[in-house]
Design a protein around this ligand. Structure first.
Ligand code: AP5
Ligand code: MG
Length: 221
């Protein structure tokens, strides 16, 4: 981690690897703006904005939003990072074209990348996590849980919340998202290895164990 400023990081990994779970834990301890592209796109859909209308069907099918739209959005999101904050992009870039476009933007902003965390889990574990993922909604700030976590379900009920599954967590869409990851996103591993930026991270184990591993890795970069 640079001594004189907070880190500039990317977080890539298959659907269900735990990117957003890890982001929340890292942001609790480091001065990082988290830009979660998938969540921000879902917010557009929930608001019924023109962008939301344009991308809803693609996301529900497990396919990416167009690169040209992501470029415009990312320009705005990066420009809004407060001075003195680092950043972690959860789920961006997703292909080599987005990586090239991001490098140009960061160069212009004079915010060089320090590392690219690759959160890796097996396809079997990613599928298990996504099949069981629910969002607790309607009881204060929404939070994500797994249906095997009885205590978290209880917490949701006590708040008066209800458990909702993401529309892209249907079994056939999970399989498609994993296929798209292998085809479109995996080539980024070579891309960032060639730039000596890739920081592989084992995503198995408890969220706390993964976060501790990530902090150790970030401190070395
Ligand atoms: P996005 O929302 O980013 O989806 P994703 O990449 O498929 O990843 P997920 O959010 O499903 O999983 P995650 O890795 O965050 O895991 P989580 O922490 O929730 O993107 C959605 C869509 O938006 C994309 O498909 C695409 O269409 C579009 N999009 C986004 N970015 C784009 C871009 N750059 N360009 C174009 N389109 C874009 O954890 C999953 C579950 O596991 C949870 O239940 C959690 O509780 C549990 N869990 C987490 N960690 C652990 C652990 N260590 N042990 C046990 N359980 C765990
Ligand atoms: Mg996520």
């Amino acid at each position: 981690m640079p001594a004189n400023r907070p880190p500039h990081l990317l977080l890539i990994g298959p659907p269900g690897s735990g990117k957003s779970t890890l982001s929340a834990r890292l942001a609790a301890g480091l001065p990082l703006t988290i830009i979660a592209s998938g969540q921000r796109l879902r917010d557009e859909i929930a608001q019924g904005s023109p962008i939301g209308h344009a991308i809803a069907a693609r996301l529900a099918a497990g396919h990416f939003a167009p690169d040209s739209l992501m470029e415009q959005l990312m320009q705005n999101w990066l420009a809004a990072i407060p001075t003195g904050q680092g950043f972690l992009l959860d789920g961006f870039p997703r292909n080599v074209a987005q990586a090239v476009m991001l490098a140009g933007m960061l160069n212009q902003l004079d915010r060089p990348l320090d590392g690219v965390l690759l959160l890796d889990v097996s396809a079997v574990e990613a599928t298990r996590r996504l099949n069981g993922r629910r969002i607790c909604e309607g009881g204060g700030a929404p939070f994500t849980l797994h249906i095997d976590d009885a205590a978290a379900q209880q917490r949701c009920h006590e708040r008066g919340g209800r458990l909702v599954a993401r529309p892209d967590d249907r079994p056939e869409v999970i399989a498609e998202r994993l296929r798209v990851y292998e085809q479109e996103t995996r080539p980024l591993l070579d891309h960032y290895t060639a730039q000596s930026l890739l920081l592989p991270l084992d995503g198995h184990g408890t969220p706390a164990a993964v976060a501790e591993r990530a902090l150790t890795t970030i401190q070395k970069c």
